[in-house]
Design a protein around this ligand. Structure first.
Ligand SMILES: Cc1cc2nc3c(=O)[nH]c(=O)nc-3n(C[C@H](O)[C@H](O)[C@H](O)COP(=O)(O)O)c2cc1C
Ligand code: SF4
Length: 304
């Protein structure tokens, strides 16, 4: 099993032998030896469940930095909320009220708020708790524009390729028709977006956002894209609670996947993968109602 080196310590003088740590440990790192809990496993997720559940404050987990989630702009976030203790209606209202924001004010978002959003992002679960995610903050509009320019260059090149019927044919034979599919489904929209940007100065990519957070991964994770997107989800919700607007910008993610030079433009290492780009800013729109959704019919599997 993958995990951190075991760096968990149990103080035998404090342990009262309740066994709670053994019950919550996902990697069987701890065992009861008589009346005392002991670290006996060779692997640990480093999740900290044991120390969080211990009623005797007997456990320290070296892999965890208890200060890592301390926020600069939000207070009173330390106390644990047991299941059922939070106001579900308030949470659902928050979730339903978050909307992708495509109109922003020019006022920048404070750097410490963006850093807090990243810390909040890391409250997400991650496969085997490996937390191999990366976060890159672009705190200024000029940096967001630098990323936009790199993305623009990629799509201009892609458009030239997709305009070429011979390349589309080659793509159909050798590349699962990716160029043809782009040509049919996206090229017109992208071309129009580029035209309005160049001719009218309308930013259809970042929608005028003053900042952005890129969520990526370092090599080695078991499910890096899922980890990054879950972290992004936390950021989107927290940003809404803080009064900020956000929008995921998939067009930039796609460009960065294919053109490494865009990563270099903003100082991101080649080995990192970018899974989400979040435009962030002070919103300049006023909704009167929360979002609706298409109705879904979940499949309920019967036990009969
Ligand atoms: C993976 C992903 C990529 C997206 N890419 C873009 C994008 O490039 N530009 C954009 O304006 N919106 C983008 N969106 C936002 C979606 O259009 C938006 O979430 C959807 O229309 C639902 O609206 P809501 O977020 O307001 O609920 C993206 C959303 C997701 C989940
Ligand atoms: S949870 Fe704490 S007190 Fe209970 S067995 Fe584990 S170390 Fe001992």
């Amino acid at each position: 099993m993958e995990g951190f080196a075991v760096d968990t310590r149990i103080d035998p003088d404090k342990c009262i032998g309740c066994g709670e740590c053994v019950r919550v440990c996902p990697s069987q790192t701890i065992e009861m030896r008589g009346e005392i809990a002991m670290v006996t496993g060779e692997f640990s997720f480093g999740c900290g469940h044991c120390s969080a559940v211990c009623p005797a404050d007997a456990i320290t987990v070296g892999a965890i930095d208890t200060q890592a989630l301390q926020l600069a702009t939000v207070t009173d976030t330390e106390a644990y909320l047991a299941p059922g203790e939070f106001d579900t209606a308030a949470l659902v209202r928050l979730m339903r009220s978050r909307r992708s924001c495509r109109n922003y004010q020019q006022q920048p978002v404070a750097a410490e708020t963006l850093e807090d959003l990243v810390r909040i992002g890391t409250t997400a679960p991650s496969g085997t708790n490996n937390q191999l995610w990366t976060f890159t903050i672009l705190p200024e509009r000029s940096l967001v524009m630098k990323l936009a320019e790199g993305t623009l260059g990629f799509y201009q090149k892609l458009n030239r390729q997709a305009d070429n019927p011979a390349l589309r044919l080659l793509s159909r034979v050798f590349l699962k028709d990716v160029l043809g599919q782009y040509h049919r489904e996206y090229q017109e929209t992208v071309t129009e977006g580029i035209r309005t940007w160049q001719e009218d100065g309308i930013d259809r990519l970042f929608h005028g956002a003053t900042s952005a957070i890129l969520v990526g991964s370092r090599p080695g994770g078991s499910c890096p894209a899922e980890d990054a997107l879950l972290a992004s989800g936390q950021i989107l919700l927290a940003a809404h609670a803080m009064g900020l607007g956000t929008c995921l910008i998939g067009f930039v993610v796609e460009a960065m996947k294919h053109d490494r030079s865009i990563k270099r433009l903003i100082g991101i290492d080649d080995r990192e993968k970018i899974h989400a780009v979040i435009a962030i800013g002070h919103p300049n729109e006023n909704y009167q109602a929360p979002a609706g959704r298409r109705r879904i019919q979940p499949r309920i599997v019967s036990g009969d």
